[in-house]
Structures are given as structure tokens and as C-alpha cells.
Design a binder for this molecule. Structure first.
Ligand SMILES: NC(=O)c1ccc[n+]([C@@H]2O[C@H](COP(=O)([O-])OP(=O)(O)OC[C@H]3O[C@@H](n4cnc5c(N)ncnc54)[C@H](O)[C@@H]3O)[C@@H](O)[C@H]2O)c1
Ligand SMILES: [Fe+2]
Length: 457
């Protein structure tokens, strides 16, 4: 059974790597065996192949790996103060600030505007990036950029503002419509420089080569992946995250956890993405509850800012998986918060993946503070811990609470099947299996998580 599952996961990897074009991968195992450390508990069964430990989890790619990072990242308390000097050094003159209406009204832009002004950089504000930003938002921002002759873009906000800004910077130099760039590596010119000031913790979009834009005609989320999309400068100052309300802190924190876990399980993970993902998991399991319930706790905010950045470092090269593939469709069809969708689906997909890669759960369990477990014990304990964390921070129990309609499952499954995130999931899923996973996510219940009535209130 395990052997069959591993064979399926290798096939998935071969397909994913060809489509992602991130290097040539031998679909066959190389015969490498993990050098396990003391983390392989005495008494735990030896793992047949692709074990946890100090080595590749997947056969290494022929041609090696690529890592995609911003040219410079300013991170930690006070990082925003440094940003003005760094932007000035790029010789940029006129910014289009892309943000959402809530942040624009809240005064969150004030320190950014003040910093630009202090450095003699002009700025105009586009505040029309909606949650799950759309193709139309990008077009509107682009029109404003052109009218004002801006020479660079600054995003201030969470993933929605960053992604809308990425689309705007891309079209400013590449032309056409955002739909033309759906998929992997389709840019033909470098986008306009982008500086991303992050206010959630989070999507890590301020440092990734991905953007996710809702196609308002097809009602699906287009994923665009290209090294050129990566912002030039990322700013992760936890001071910008202190005012996140509980629900947003919880949702974005679970998004970061999903990035870390999915990247760690990805069929194209490698030792660097593994290290980033595992440390993100450690920080999230240590600090997310505090960040949610004591938002004024500066240390928890700071550590969650690092955690989401580490999650970004992991998935920016290793990509994510089926959780994201399914969650994207819920965002596009019902405009639901991305992090909440991930959090609700995560335990269901982990159960599904456990059949193929139970050994991957050993190190995840350890990173989540569950101790050293065998590959037979680890999946169940990890899934339980994820459910407990979600319940503790008020994530709704299931898709029914979120208003998802069972009659839409076949349509959602169709859209999921073509989402590029699914290519790196360790276990391929058929349409029927995806429908079943949506059904399980709809029906699951967990004591302590908000009921339908509580969520509506
Ligand atoms: N490009 C990527 O690599 C990537 C990765 C994951 C997710 N995403 C995308 O990111 C989007 C979700 O982004 P998000 O979860 O960061 O939320 P968001 O950007 O949609 O923001 C949600 C809400 O939070 C508010 N908000 C943001 N920062 C705040 C703060 N500091 N204080 C108070 N309120 C604040 C905003 O005003 C908005 O109303 C989705 O569209 C998702 O698909 C992109
Ligand atoms: Fe995400």
C-alpha cells in the first residue's frame, strides 16, 4: 500500500516538474536514502524511501534548483523606517500606491506616504484592490498608473494589495490583459519595480514570484508564476501588523501554516525549502495563538511576521498543493477569505496525503511540538494538532458554515483540477476524489469551532 502510494507520488512529481519547468527531474528515484538523525526515534520503523531526516526528501533535480527572492528584504521592528532610503537609492520618482479601501481609510498609509515625501518621491493612491483582487481591479490600477506617469508601484496591505500591484506592474511594461500571463513564465519584459509593504502575516506575497487574480468572467483564480513578478523590495515591519483584528490574524496565520506544510510535502521540495517550512511551523505553533488572542504582543507579531516570510521562502520554490488548489476556487466563487478556506480544507487534505507520504509527517509533528513519532503515529497527531489550533483561534468548523453549496462541488472540482498548485501535491487527486474532499470539508465538525449561527453573528 505504501509502496503504491510512493510510486504515485513520484509520478505526480514527474508531471509537476515538467509543467512547472523548474528544472528537469528524473521521475524515477535515484536510490538515495535519507540519512536520518536522532529524530528517528528508537523503536520507530525504518522508512522505506524518501524518509525524513538530513537529506533530500525527493530525488534531487537534474540541473539543480532556483530560489526566488526580492532583491532586498527589510524585516523586523522599524524596518519601514529604512525603506525610504532604500527606495530613494533606486532613483525612483513617482509611485502608484496600491492598497485596499479599508487600509486607505484607517491611516495605515500615513507612515508610507510620509516616508516617500521625506525622500522627495511623489505618490498617488489607488485604493481599489478588493479581497481576492480581480482582473478589473488590475485594469483600474493600471489606468491610474498611466494617467499619473508613475515609474514604480508600492503595495501596502495584505496579499490582495500585493497581487493587484504585481498585476499592475506587470501590465505596465508587458502590455495586454492580465489573462495573457496566466500560468508559468509567460512574461516577456521585466515589470515596473515594485516595493511591497506588508500588513498581514500571511500570504508572503510581498516576497513571492506568484500572483493570484480572480477572473471575473470564468470565476476562477488565475495563478501567475514568474521570477519577474517578485517585488524588488519587501518590507515586513511587524509594526504594520499590530492592528490586525483577531479573525484576520487567525486566517492569515493559518495561510502561512498551510504554505509551510504544503511546501514541505511538495514533490519538488529540497533541503532549503524544508528548513524554511519547518521553522515556519515551529514559530506558528509557538506564536499564532498569542498573536490572535493578545494582538498587542509585539513579540508574537514579530515572530509571525518571520514565520510567514519563512513560509514564503518555502513555497516560493517548492510551491504548494491541493489545499491551495481547492481554496483558490472558494475564494473566486464565493469571495471567501483565503486563509480561512485553507484552514478548513487543510486537515482534510492532510488525511488524503497521509496515505501517500506518511513519513513526511514525522518532521512536521516534531516542528509542531508533538515530539518524535513514528510515521504510523505522526499523521493522526499532526491532523489533530491542526484542528486544535484552528479551533483555538476561532476558525469556522466547515464549509457549510462558510455558505458553500454542495451542488457547486463538481464545478469547484473542475476548477481545482486545472489549478497549477495541485501539480506539486504528493498525491494526485481525481475529480471524484476532489468532490469527496470538498464534501468532507463541508461536513467535518470540531468541538469548539464556531457554529453556523456564531459565524453569521
Ligand atoms: N501571491 C502570493 O504568493 C499569494 C499567496 C497566498 C495568498 N495570496 C492571495 O492573497 C489574498 C489574501 O490576502 P490576505 O489574506 O493578506 O488579506 P487581504 O489582503 O485580502 O486583506 C483582507 C482584509 O484585511 C484588511 N487588513 C490588511 N492588513 C490589515 C491590518 N494590518 N490591520 C487591519 N486590517 C488589515 C484589509 O483592509 C482587508 O479588508 C488572496 O487573494 C490570496 O489568493 C497570494
Ligand atoms: Fe496561501
Amino acid at each position: 500500500m505504501l509502496r503504491q502510494a510512493l510510486s504515485r507520488s513520484r509520478q505526480a512529481r514527474g508531471i509537476a516538474s515538467r509543467l512547472l519547468n523548474a528544472g528537469v527531474v528524473s521521475a524515477e528515484g535515484t536510490g538515495l536514502r535519507a540519512i536520518t538523525t536522532s529524530s528517528l526515534k528508537a523503536g520507530a520503523l525504518p522508512i522505506p524511501t524518501e524518509a525524513h531526516g538530513v537529506n533530500y526528501h525527493n530525488p534531487p533535480m537534474e540541473g539543480g534548483y532556483s530560489f526566488f527572492m526580492p532583491r532586498q528584504t527589510l524585516i523586523g521592528p522599524g524596518a519601514l523606517k529604512t525603506a525610504g532610503d532604500v527606495v530613494k537609492s533606486l532613483g525612483l520618482k513617482r509611485a502608484l500606491i496600491v492598497t485596499d479601501s479599508g487600509l486607505a481609510k484607517s491611516g495605515a498609509l500615513d507612515p508610507v506616504l510620509a516616508s516617500l515625501k521625506a525622500h522627495d518621491i511623489e505618490a498617488v493612491v489607488f485604493s481599489g484592490a478588493m479581497p481576492n483582487p480581480t482582473d478589473r481591479n488590475v485594469e483600474d490600477a493600471l489606468a491610474m498608473l498611466k494617467e499619473n506617469n508613475c515609474d514604480f508601484v508600492v503595495s501596502v496591505g495584505g496579499g490582495s494589495s500585493h497581487d493587484c500591484a504585481k498585476g499592475t506592474a506587470l501590465l505596465a511594461t508587458n502590455g495586454g490583459r492580465i489573462h495573457d500571463y496566466e500560468g508559468i513564465g509567460r512574461l516577456h519584459a521585466a515589470p515596473m519595480p515594485l516595493v511591497s509593504v506588508n500588513t498581514t502575516a500571511g500570504t508572503a506575497s510581498e516576497m513571492t514570484r506568484f500572483m493570484v487574480i480572480t477572473d471575473t468572467t470564468r470565476l476562477l483564480k488565475m495563478v501567475i508564476a514568474d521570477a519577474g513578478v517578485t517585488p524588488a523590495i519587501a518590507v515586513d515591519d511587524p509594526g504594520m501588523m499590530m492592528k490586525m483584528p483577531k479573525g484576520l490574524t487567525a486566517a492569515t496565520g493559518m495561510d502561512a501554516l498551510t504554505h509551510a506544510i504544503e511546501a514541505y510535502m511538495s514533490v519538488i521540495s529540497n533541503p532549503v525549502t524544508d528548513a524554511s517550512g519547518l521553522h515556519a511551523m515551529r514559530l506558528i505553533s509557538a506564536y499564532l495563538r498569542t498573536a490572535v488572542h493578545d494582538g498587542a504582543n509585539a513579540q508574537a507579531r514579530d515572530m509571525m511576521s518571520y514565520a510567514q516570510f519563512l513560509g514564503g521562502m518555502a513555497f516560493n520554490s517548492a510551491s504548494v498543493g491541493l489545499v491551495h488548489g481547492m481554496a483558490h476556487q472558494l475564494g473566486a466563487v464565493y469571495n471567501l477569505p483565503h486563509g480561512v478556506c485553507n484552514a478548513v480544507i487543510l486537515p482534510i487534505v492532510l488525511e488524503f496525503n497521509a496515505e501517500a507520504v506518511p513519513h513526511r509527517f514525522i518532521d512536521i509533528a516534531e516542528a509542531l511540538g508533538l515530539g518524535q513519532l513514528s510515521f504510523e503515529e505522526a499523521p493522526g497527531k499532526v491532523i489533530e494538532a491542526v484542528r486544535e489550533l484552528s479551533a483555538d483561534i476561532g476558525i469556522p468548523a466547515n464549509l457549510e458554515v462558510l455558505g458553500v453549496k454542495p451542488e457547486d462541488f463538481p464545478l469547484l472540482a473542475d476548477k481545482t483540477e486545472v489549478d497549477i498548485c495541485c501539480m506539486t501535491n504528493p498525491r494526485p487527486a481525481s475529480k471524484e476524489q476532489i468532490i469527496e474532499l470538498f464534501r468532507k470539508a463541508y461536513e467535518q465538525g470540531s468541538e469548539g469551532q464556531p457554529t453556523k449561527q456564531a459565524a453569521a453573528a
